[in-house]
Design a protein around this ligand. Structure first.
Ligand code: NAP
Length: 243
């Protein structure tokens, strides 16, 4: 019996779990950080909460006799990916990173790349801001005098900017919906991370259609581990790991 650990919290992690859970000979465990109050759960066994850093994860891998790990966490979940790389090496467990490709601008886009949320907050042009970077790191925008439409899944912790409307929502989103939202709130600039993937890409199309600038935060540098971009490639890797 192969014990496979999927580090999750993304749609790809759920797709992967759905494909693997029915297989004979695999004991699948998916893990979530526990950040979202009502998470979409993957198929199969699910464990919720952190491991306690590299040492905690390494000891979990040993005690559960894990045969392989697929890190299918979000491209901006840098700490758990770094932990996974170190713990896998420490214990000698094969690790694959499943990381969807980032977004690329197309003609008509007006994107401004930044390296951090802090830099994004200091790069805002005048006007009303659609802030879609999630609930972590909003403190960088807290001192801004701009008006913000803040969209995230769960209520963010304070401090928040003085002038804002909070919209609690979870993708996927449509281009028509994003256009309506951005027009209704008279948005002047979109701020996003380079999350990649189709589920939240409609805002970029809407910004292009409306001729709005986009401030886009670059991904953190991933650890140097074998990496694929699709669920199909991850399944092939698993097949060869099992073989
Ligand atoms: P992070 O900064 O890399 O992780 C912080 C800590 O949370 C980690 O050190 C680890 O705790 C724990 N953790 C994170 N992901 C975990 C997982 N899948 N299973 C078990 N423990 C996990 O991550 P984050 O940016 O806070 O993201 C948390 C989760 O939300 C991730 O699973 C990610 O896939 C998902 N997510 C993140 C974003 C984003 O923009 N960051 C967006 C969508 C979804 P210990 O050190 O104690 O092990």
């Amino acid at each position: 019996m192969l014990t496979l650990l999927i580090l999750g919290g993304t749609s790809e992690a759920r797709e992967l779990a759905a494909a693997i859970a029915p297989r004979d000979g695999v004991h699948l465990v998916s893990t979530l950080a526990g950040r979202v109050s009502d998470p979409r759960l993957p198929a199969g066994e699910v464990r919720i909460g952190g491991f306690g850093g590299v040492d905690g994860l390494a000891s979990w891998l040993r005690s559960h006799d894990v045969s392989a790990i697929i890190d299918a966490t979000h491209p901006f979940a840098a700490r758990i990916s770094a932990s996974a790389a170190s713990a896998a090496q420490l214990v000698g467990v094969p690790l694959l990173m499943l990381r969807r490709s980032g977004w690329s601008p197309v003609p008509g886009d007006n994107w401004h790349w930044v390296t951090s949320l802090d830099e994004a907050a200091h790069s805002l042009p005048p006007g009303r801001v659609f802030l879609t970077t999630g609930r972590q790191g909003l403190l960088f925008f807290a001192d801004s005098d701009r008006w913000f439409l803040i969209r995230c899944v769960d209520p963010p912790p304070p401090p928040l900017p003085a002038h804002h409307r909070l919209l609690l929502a979870r993708g996927p989103y449509t281009v028509d919906g994003e256009l309506t939202l951005m027009r209704d709130h008279r948005i002047d600039v979109l701020v996003t991370k380079d999350s990649g993937g189709p589920y939240t890409a409609a805002k970029l199309t809407a910004a292009r259609t409306l001729g709005l600038p986009v401030i886009i935060v670059r991904r953190p540098t991933p650890p140097d581990v074998p990496t694929v971009a699709t669920v199909a490639e991850a399944l092939s890797w698993l097949d060869s790991a099992v073989a």
